[in-house]
Ligand binder design. Structure first.
Ligand code: F6P
Length: 255
């Protein structure tokens, strides 16, 4: 707390919380675009919140990405999380395995000393295959478990960076550009006004499902994500944002 006062981070937290309409904002010092330890600090904040708020027999759904991977790395064994089941928030989104929600859910569970269940679905599904798959009893059961999540932890990305990382087709890249996609979360691409301009075909939790979730924790840092955070949080966020100083300052100038 003392160090936060010195850097004016507490004030940043309060300002962001008000302007984004959130319950809680945590700002860690630094810029995660420039130094890796900043992502780890955000990860440490995620781990702390998960420990403080843990309830027996809860389900925690986690998204993919480097930020959530850092959060999993920073998790450590905690008795209160022993009866927690970690699940992915969505199926594959075309990421390398270390950045997939499945992998991150399993890592978090192992580190925390909890359980995990995974969603085994391929990435690039045709609409037809997708509809068949979601009817499979095993997938249905898993989707129900995911929808029962008490806590959802997700990342936010810059739209262009995410589309490129997922090796999206030139056609999709062009469409996203034309539609003014600026940020991405949960497989949804948003424009500056926070409107959904594109939605991927992966299987898992939808934005509508978040209504039933007790605690939604968004984790995103780095000045490069400021526009995405400023666009998405006011519409999709309702609870907690964990970010870094660089993103926080840039978001406030973007709003
Ligand atoms: O692909 C999963 C995901 O959580 C996206 O929804 C999000 O945009 C991205 O990862 C964030 O990735 P990173 O933390 O590496 O910036």
């Amino acid at each position: 707390p003392l160090i936060k006062e010195l850097f004016g981070l507490t004030e940043l937290e309060t300002r962001l919380q008000r302007s984004l309409g959130l319950k809680k904002v945590v700002v860690v010092p630094g810029d995660s675009d420039r130094s890796d330890w900043v992502k780890k600090e955000m990860g440490r904040a995620v781990a702390r919140i998960l420990k403080i708020t843990a309830r027996p027999n809860q389900v925690v759904a986690v998204a993919g990405g480097t930020t959530l991977a850092a959060a999993a790395e920073m998790m450590s064994a905690f008795p209160g999380l022993r009866e927690t089941t970690f699940v992915p928030a969505r199926g594959g989104l075309g990421e390398v395995v270390e950045l997939e929600a499945n992998y991150i859910a399993s890592l978090m569970a192992q580190k925390a000393g909890g359980h995990y269940r995974l969603l085994h679905v391929p990435d690039q599904l045709s609409e037809e295959a997708r509809q068949t798959l979601v009817k499979e009893p095993h997938i249905q059961e898993m989707l129900e478990l995911m929808r029962s999540a008490r806590i959802v932890v997700h990342g936010i990305g810059d739209a262009r960076a995410m589309a490129a990382r997922r090796k999206s087709s030139p056609g999709l890249l062009r469409r996203l550009e034309e539609d003014g996609a600026i940020g991405e979360a949960f497989g949804y691409y948003f424009n500056r006004r926070g409107e959904i301009v594109h939605r991927g075909r992966s299987i898992g939790l939808n934005l509508e499902d978040l209504v039933n979730v007790d605690k939604v924790i968004a984790v995103a840092g780095g000045a490069a994500k400021a526009e995405a955070v400023a666009a998405i949080l006011p519409v999709a966020g309702k609870d907690t944002l964990i970010t870094d100083e660089a993103a926080a300052r840039a978001v406030l100038t973007n709003l």
